[in-house]
Design a protein around this ligand. Structure first.
Ligand code: GDP
Ligand code: ZN
Length: 336
């Protein structure tokens, strides 16, 4: 048995780097996939067996994860999807001249939810109209990022600009890079590495016509620093678990909520609501309040669906137990 780390998902097959440095394409042992459907993701530490006369390794076990980046599976009603495991930092990237504050809020919620350190990197600084515009955007982004997440500015026309990012990548740590396609993530990784290890502008998550190109990117070692992985397929970032992420991303609103008259205030129309009062006085921007409520609502909907799915599975389990008790052969387990 060998130990290794998943450095890439290659058309659904984990590519595992073994301790001797060799990489091996792997499939999952049936025992892992059957029933609980455990699948290795980028960053997973795995035990691999290499059967004789077999072109692939077999992942026999996945080590417990220190950390996961989870979103709701975009194709399912109530199924989580883990996009990366075992990392110490999340970098959220957005282009400085086209910052989408609403998306940034969501990205921050998901990043904070992981418990990792969070940094915002604004890319394409060279495309900013002027210094004044740049400063205005930086202020807005800093306000959203809050006191714990640093905001950095980079440009591929200015190699020195990435040094601050390099400082964050401590040796023996892994950093996950998230952001829409086209924000300049590959360019950033290439600048950090000092050579073109990733194809710039080459990877698309889909062309809007339902056809999808495979997005597969690899954990990259940054010389003299840690490792970085440009996370694939993060166009849709549906919330899965986000209660602590929302708290961390909206500390201003959470602090105000302490002063609402009712402990279970939803900050909609209750009397004595300190959050609504702050929105009305302009202390909290209305758009920020609306984002907060929308994310809370999304979380409530996901929880409802998860509860429904849980009940459905329980009913199914009870049904098949009764069926077996009556002497029927055990039914093939349906995919819930
Ligand atoms: P990714 O999809 O997030 O990995 O983005 P890419 O790194 O592939 O970059 C998308 C496009 O933006 C490419 O055409 C890059 O050349 C361009 N780009 C990336 N960084 C910068 C930058 O700092 N300034 C400018 N002007 N263009 C950039
Ligand atoms: Zn309230």
């Amino acid at each position: 048995m060998h130990t290794g780390e998943v450095v890439k998902l290659d058309r659904g097959y984990p590519l595992v780097r073994l301790s001797d440095g060799e990489t091996l394409r792997c499939e999952h042992a049936t025992a892992l996939v059957k029933g609980c459907d455990q699948r290795a993701v980028i960053g997973d530490v795995v035990s691999v067996s290499v059967p004789d006369a077999h072109d692939k390794g077999v992942i026999e076990a996945i080590a417990p994860r220190t950390r996961e980046f989870v979103r709701k599976d975009p194709t399912e009603r109530a199924v989580p999807q883990v996009l990366a495991a075992n990392f110490e930092r999340v970098i959220v990237a957005q282009p400085v001249s086209e910052v989408n504050l609403r998306r940034l809020e969501r990205e921050l919620v998901l990043a904070f939810e992981t418990g990792a350190a969070v940094t915002v990197v604004l890319t394409k600084a060279d495309l900013a109209a002027d210094d004044e515009a740049l400063a205005a955007v930086m202020d807005k982004v800093r306000a959203l990022a809050g006191p714990t997440a640093e905001v950095l500015l980079v440009s591929d026309t200015d190699p020195a600009s990435v040094e601050a990012v390099r400082q964050l990548l401590a040796p023996d740590t892994t950093t996950v890079l998230i952001g829409r396609s086209g924000v300049g993530k590959s360019s950033l990784v290439n600048m950090l590495v000092g050579e073109a290890v990733l194809d710039v502008g080459a990877v698309r998550e889909g062309d809007g016509k339902g056809r999808h190109t495979t997005v597969s990117r690899e954990i990259v070692a940054v010389p003299g620093a840690g490792r970085i992985v440009d996370m694939p397929g993060v166009r849709g970032l549906g919330l899965w678990d986000a209660d602590t992420g929302i708290e961390a991303a909206f500390p201003d609103i959470e602090a105000l909520a302490e002063r609402c008259r009712f402990r279970d205030c939803t900050h909609h129309a209750e009397p004595g609501c300190a959050v609504r009062a702050a929105v009305e006085s302009g202390t909290v921007p209305a758009a920020r309040y609306e984002s907060y409520q929308a994310l809370k609502q999304e979380m409530a909907t996901v929880k409802d669906r998860r509860e429904q799915a849980r009940r459905l599975n329980k009913d199914q389990a009870r049904y098949s137990k009764q069926y077996r008790a009556k002497g029927g052969s055990s039914r093939k387990k349906r995919k819930g």
